[in-house]
Design a protein around this ligand. Structure first.
Ligand code: C5P
Length: 312
């Protein structure tokens, strides 16, 4: 049986609108999700055992069943017990390059890679749609991570409609390595403070998105200046006041010329779309000078249209 190495990319949100409550306790969303080239690498090696073993050199990544990659393997074993019995488990090693607890879907992408990898190793021949359905049971971002590209996501985030991809645009990711934001906290706080704005959703059943349509048009036209004005993330309303360092970082990037800047997901990572790599390097340099904090980290990467891919 073959060993597979898979690339598991990070994502950013170009739009995140919370438009309603859902009976399952989640929120009804309209998002535009975008893959970036910064990726983790997962190696899945058949171990001939009746179980899974997870390893990762990054000290903040758990290697037990609190890791979504582990839960993805357990889900596959429960769904396909005969294949699990015939082929056995796998050792999963995660090379962590995506910052952890960052709003970049690093964990979700690892879970997605395990689903894709076990489908290959166990010869299941699952369709993308079947993989996405399994992914939705692990987390709201997992179906997108399987697919990748530039996508409008609705529902919990699992209903996907691809749009014109925005490849190769340079993007800065910036994050303090000693700061993490709980996604559940961000959504709950939003519900407490702004839930009134979407109470009608349950009665009318008509989702309202103010930002996605013009943003899709601007993306189609690859018009960075218009995209900059249309980027939108409802969670900034709760995360930025609670985490002034993130707010300060965001305004620092904008002051340095990175007008297309926003917080990704529930944060605390912020991103800036740039005209060129040269502009990106200048912005990074300027913000480093403005905010002299050894915990502040930058990544210069680019947008990508890839989901989970096989490296070898
Ligand atoms: O689906 P996932 O486990 O990634 O979601 C993490 C948390 O984010 C959930 O526990 C929930 O509190 C919140 N969430 C939400 N509505 C969504 C997606 C996530 O409230 N559509």
């Amino acid at each position: 049986m073959q060993t597979y190495t898979l690339s598991a990319p990070a994502k950013i949100n170009l739009d995140l609108e919370i438009i309603g409550d859902r009976p399952d306790g989640y929120h009804e969303l309209v998002m535009i999700l975008q893959s970036v080239a910064l990726s983790d690498r997962l190696t899945l090696r058949p171990n001939g055992l009746e179980g899974f073993r997870l390893s990762c050199a990054h000290r903040e990544v758990p290697t037990d069943d609190t890791n979504i990659a582990y839960r993805a393997a357990e889900l596959m074993a429960a769904q396909f017990p005969q294949h699990f019995a015939n082929f056995g488990g796998v050792d999963i090693d995660i090379e962590k390059n995506i910052p952890v607890a960052a709003g970049l879907a690093g964990g979700s992408s690892n879970g997605a890679a395990v689903l894709v990898g076990l489908d290959l190793i166990w010869n299941l021949g699952l369709t993308k749609s079947q993989l996405r359905d399994l992914g939705a049971r692990l987390g709201s971002d997992v179906p997108f991570c399987i697919e990748g590209g530039t996508v409008i996501a609705t529902g919990r985030g699992e209903r996907l409609a691809p749009i014109t991809p925005m490849e190769s645009v340079p993007v800065i990711l910036a994050k303090y390595d000693n700061l993490a934001v709980s996604t559940a906290w961000a959504y709950q706080t939003y519900r407490q403070r702004f839930g009134d704005t979407y109470k009608n959703f349950a009665e009318t059943g008509k989702p309202k998105s103010a930002h996605s349509v013009p943003l899709v048009n601007a993306i189609f036209e690859k018009d960075l200046a218009r995209i900059a004005g249309l980027l939108h993330n409802d969670l900034e309303k709760v995360v930025l006041p609670e985490y002034p360092r993130v707010a300060n970082l965001l305004s620092g990037l904008k002051r340095a010329g990175g007008t297309a800047s926003m917080m990704s997901g529930s944060g605390p990572t912020v991103f800036t779309l740039c005209e060129s790599e040269e502009q990106a390097r200048t912005i990074i340099e300027e913000v480093r000078n403005q905010i002299q904090d050894p915990h502040l980290q930058f990544w210069l990467t680019h947008l990508s249209n890839q989901g989970i891919t096989i490296v070898n």
